[in-house]
Ligand binder design. Sequence first.
Ligand code: FES
Length: 144
Amino acid sequence: MAETRRKFLNALIGTGLVGWLASVLYPVFSFLKPPELPEATVSSIKWGVATDFPAGTSEIVKFGRTPVLLIRLDSGEFKAFEATCTHLDCTVQFRSDKKDIWCACHNGIYDLRGLNVSGPPPRPLSQYAVNVVDGELFVAKAEA
Ligand code: FES
């Protein structure tokens, strides 16, 4: 009788310990390995009213998780490029005085077509399409 009672108590304590360990460890493992969030697929973003974008200026806009450099040239034409340098992923910027796109990290220079013209960048910047529809400015992935 005493043996049965001891086995029962051992099983009860063992089960309780396993349950307690699981309740402590599960949140720790969940915190250390968060679930992967699928990236939202963005095909186009609306910037706003095109006439609000002054000529000779630029702005970095978010295209999903990708920064995009949106430029309005002095001529009024819009250009958009992925703002990540093709060398080591620094963020590039438009230099209105030199009429180029510059990466400050290693002095990489691109022209206003996104072509790498000097410095270490090995490839041109990816280009995005810019459309003005009913006065609204839209940035979209360029057709490959
Ligand atoms: S990261 Fe842009 S030139 Fe090196």
